[in-house]
Design a protein around this ligand. Structure first.
Ligand code: ZN
Length: 466
């Protein structure tokens, strides 16, 4: 078989790998590449192969960097099945529609700006910008999804079988065991961690000849998970005591639901007072519905909630907000409360309004709940900048800025090495993907030292016959 690494090669986004076996082609994931605007647009728009020539696609999980370019693939001619779990399918329905909405808004904005410029510079004749894909494209792509149960073995192409395993990374996430040409190939997708709220722990790898493995945190060791809930209780109690609000930028998918569940547990345990909690993000509201529906993905603790007749993602003082007017009305809340809102790095979305209205008050807390990339507003707040720009205006920061960074959904170096241990005796080729090059080199070095395995770090477009 021939493997070609089409994306997430020496970088973390745009996951897409191609397997050619005989005259058939199989794709693993079809993620959106995120990076510099022009380069990203170019890379996402043009596939380095004819989409109509792909026969089937296997999707490891719903994150946009794994699924986000699917509507573009299907609208450009891919007509085959997309195999994934039911939870991933339902998450994708909301997430791809949301992504399409952003693409459409983006194109509209660019066209308005270009037409203003055109009026000034007569000779400027740029073509209108088309969205990468539309909401209709996203809807159409969903028609090609085919549900596979966790641990089921499915014939995805004639003579090619795929078995899904729990990856413990997000709701419905899998790693894939493929059987083809008398060999076993394992594709890790993204590997999660033990003890994450809501979802089950990752299963360990199984024996295989070829491994394609993520390496996001190939050079990192995480802090233990158990501190996160205690930290959250402390932050809520301290802020409430001084009469402040907590503004938490949180990723709409996964992180919001984890924090909601943790607050619910803390109320149950009597560790925090019952202050109002608002989830203010239409995507988070839709995605929470998928979380509610897919109880088959829950861990023991979350199932215990259900067994008591409790809704893990609903309690007396919690309100989900879709409506814009209701969102604006949160400005008038004068009592201590918690507002969870996207985006997770405070780059866009409703959280910007809440930050603008609240970072100036020293009674308030900005709670950072995940990784913050360089140059994002979330990162600037975390770095302690005393003045930040929000909607183009300078705003003084007087609120306390705190973070909970224990909830990462990716295994660290030691966890990745432990995960792959069951296959070290059988594996002949290891390819590292989905990581920055420095992280990949560190993981490759650790793998060589511990298992005497020499991993390959492919470049984008590089092919291997195995
Ligand atoms: Zn992921």
């Amino acid at each position: 078989m021939k493997l070609t690494f089409r994306g997430a090669a020496r970088t973390v986004t745009g996951s897409m790998h191609e397997i050619q076996t005989g005259h058939r082609r199989l794709l693993l994931d079809c993620g959106m590449y995120q990076g510099r605007r022009k380069e990203a647009a170019e890379r996402n728009r043009h596939f380095p192969f004819a989409p109509a020539e792909v026969d089937a696609l296997l999707l490891s999980h719903a994150h946009i960097d794994h699924s986000g370019n699917l509507p573009n693939l299907t609208s450009n001619g891919f007509g085959g099945p997309i195999f994934t779990t039911a939870a991933t399918r339902d998450l994708c329905a909301s997430m791809l529609a949301d992504s399409a909405f952003i693409q459409e808004k983006d194109a509209e904005f660019m066209n308005r700006r270009n037409s203003r410029r055109r009026r000034v510079i007569e000779e400027l004749t740029s073509e209108p910008v088309e969205p990468l894909y539309t909401i209709n494209d996203a809807k159409a792509a969903m028609e090609q999804f085919r549900d596979v149960d966790m641990h089921s073995r499915t014939e995805v192409l004639p003579g090619v079988f795929s078995t899904t395993h729990e990856a413990g990374h997000m709701l419905g996430s899998t790693f894939l065991e493929l059987e083809l040409e008398g060999k076993k190939l394992l594709f890790s997708g993204d590997i999660g961690r033990c003890c994450l709220p809501i979802i089950r722990d990752p299963e360990r790898a199984c024996a295989a000849d070829i491994l394609i493995m993520e390496s996001t945190y190939g050079d990192r060791l995480h802090q233990p998970m158990m501190h996160a809930k205690d930290k959250l209780a402390h932050i809520i109690n301290t802020t409430a005591r001084r009469g402040g609000k907590i503004i938490a930028p949180a990723f709409a998918v996964g992180r919001t639901q984890q924090i909601v569940l943790m607050i619910h547990e803390l109320i149950h345990e009597g560790k925090i007072s019952e202050i109002p909690v608002f989830v203010d993000s239409p995507l988070a509201v839709n995605v929470t519905e998928a979380f509610r529906k897919h109880t088959e993905c829950y861990d023991v603790e979350t199932n215990a909630f259900l067994d008591n007749g409790d809704d893990p993602f609903g309690f007396r003082r919690l309100r989900y907000i879709r409506d814009v007017e209701e969102s604006k009305a949160l400005n008038d809340v004068r009592v201590p409360c918690i507002i969870l809102s996207a985006s997770g790095m405070a780059e866009a979305g409703r959280v910007l309004h809440h930050l603008r209205n609240n970072v100036g008050d020293p009674r308030n807390t900005v709670l950072i709940t995940g990784f913050q990339a360089e140059n994002t507003l979330g990162r600037k707040l975390l770095d302690g900048e005393k003045e930040v720009n929000i909607f183009g205006e300078p705003v003084r920061v007087r609120a306390e800025v705190l973070k909970i960074n224990e909830l990462s959904g990716h295994a660290d170096q030691q966890e990745l090495l432990a995960w792959m241990e069951p296959l070290v005796k059988t594996v002949k080729h290891v390819f590292l993907v989905h990581g920055e090059y420095t992280q990949q080199q560190a993981l490759a070095a650790a793998m060589l030292e511990r298992y005497n395995i020499k991993a390959t770090i492919p470049e984008r477009g590089e092919s291997f016959t195995v």
